[in-house]
Design a protein around this ligand. Structure first.
Ligand code: SF4
Ligand code: SF4
Length: 426
């Protein structure tokens, strides 16, 4: 793990602000790991805020809800921050934010009575997926095939520009604990850890206070990258190594991100489906970087305009963190459930440099947290020898981006490794 130059100071002390809802939202049918959803609406249909507009077709999936009330304009191909282009439901916002009338909030006493099965069902119906970027459907993680005894709530947020999870932990401490209790009830676990990096003092202070009468253990971790990776957290907190090809539940551990846990709280207590999320909008090109609460489907150009004006033209726009995020070809892409950040980088930050030949320095091998040899996988990928890439363990890559970051020859290692993973998965 390495200590990266951080840019969290730009937004870490900014309260979460609500972005005014867009006049038109583009809600992709694919926002999670697994197959795309099927639309339940057609052009000209009226929809309400929080209404289910797309349902699952296979088990590994999560339904999708409207983030505004208004009228469906079209179901069409549109820019997508992860897939390039994908089908989206386009909705014109009527500005009324009208919700279905059956949505009722729960008191803590009511919430205490609901069963694990009911919680899983609410989480499924609310369309919740892993919000730290992985976007795996949460209801599946709440029902592991084997009993588990340990829950880790991941508040590490190790990406060097992002502060959305930090602000949630500062501003919604009690709600995150209520959400964690629901998760713990579903899993039937005894050991509950909350993992936070030591660069988040206010969140640590709040949780220290709120957890004083509970059995939760607050674990303060060194701020280094990729501390928040699932496998790294499990190793650092319970000293267990997840073997190649295995999942954490097989070792009795489940990890959930703090934003996901907060969404679970909202679904159960407030009867609110996942139709908005906190996004860090930052980078040196912006005059007013912020943390925004944003409706799903809002084009990122609106977030950028809200945090502007631009101080300089961006050399690169990234959706996600600078290490694991994806560079975009257009600012028309919408915010989706897994969008943690939008970063507008200038030339210096973007480090756009010519790729050179590998000098066999070994830096990528030394830094890879998955114990891989990225230089060799890169060679195999360039020659399209996918079987060899698989032998080198490409499927264990966590796509942390460290190999590219440390490479003195500016090799595009992660891109080629991501491609090799896709090829090998097929
Ligand atoms: S090979 Fe994968 S896990 Fe290893 S450093 Fe590169 S991106 Fe990270
Ligand atoms: S860090 Fe770059 S130059 Fe060094 S071995 Fe890896 S790929 Fe080659």
């Amino acid at each position: 793990m390495v200590k990266l130059e951080e840019q969290k100071h730009k937004t870490q002390d900014k309260f979460i602000e609500k972005l005014p809802p867009s006049s038109k939202v583009y809600i992709p049918l694919s926002q999670h790991l697994g197959e795309a959803c099927a639309s339940l609406v057609s052009p000209n249909d009226a929809v309400l805020l929080g209404e289910k507009i797309a349902s699952i077709q296979v088990h590994v999936s999560a339904p999708i809800h409207s983030s505004v009330s208004g009228k469906v304009l079209a179901i069409q191909e549109a820019p997508h921050p992860v897939l390039g282009r994908a089908k989206a439901i386009v909705i014109e916002n009527n500005g009324q934010d009208k919700s279905p009338s059956h949505q009722v909030t729960k008191s803590p006493e009511d919430a205490e009575k609901i069963t694990p099965e009911q919680i899983r069902n609410i989480v499924f119906e609310a369309g919740i997926v892993g919000m730290g970027g992985a976007s795996f459907p949460t209801h599946i993680k709440l029902n592991p095939p084997k009993p588990v005894d340990t829950l880790i709530i991941n508040g590490a947020e190790c990406e060097p520009y992002l502060t959305g999870d930090y602000r949630l932990m500062v501003e919604k401490t009690k709600e995150i604990i209520l959400g964690a209790e629901l998760v713990a009830r579903c899993l039937g676990v005894k050991n509950i850890y909350l993992a936070i990096e030591d660069n988040k003092p206010e969140a640590i202070k709040n949780f220290n206070y709120e957890l004083r009468f509970t059995s939760y253990e607050l674990r303060i971790l060194k701020s280094q990258y990729p501390q928040g990776g699932e496998k790294q957290l499990i190793k650092n907190i319970v000293n267990k190594e997840v073997p190649s090809g295995k999942l954490p539940f097989e070792l009795g551990v489940v990890v959930h991100n703090v934003a996901t846990v907060y969404a679970i709280y909202e679904a159960v207590y407030l009867a609110k489906p996942l139709y908005e999320r906190v996004v860090t909008v930052t980078g040196s090109c912006l005059s007013q970087p912020k943390n925004l609460l944003v409706r799903i489907g809002s084009p990122i150009k609106e977030l950028i305009a809200y945090c502007g004006p631009l101080k300089e033209e961006p050399a690169k726009i990234i959706v996600g963190g600078p290490m694991m995020g994806i560079a975009q070809y257009t600012d028309e892409v919408p915010v989706i459930k897994s969008t943690t950040g939008i970063i507008l980088m200038n030339e210096r930050e973007a480090r756009i440099q010519e790729e050179e030949f590998c000098i066999r320095c070994g830096a990528c091998v030394r830094e890879c947290p998955a114990g891989l040899m990225p230089c060799l996988i890169n060679l195999a990928a360039e020659k399209e020898i996918w079987a060899q890439a698989k032998t080198y363990g490409v499927m264990d890559c966590i796509e942390c981006g460290l190999c590219s970051y440390v490479c003195p020859a500016n090799r595009n290692l992660v891109q080629s490794i991501k491609r090799a993973k896709l090829e090998c998965a097929e």
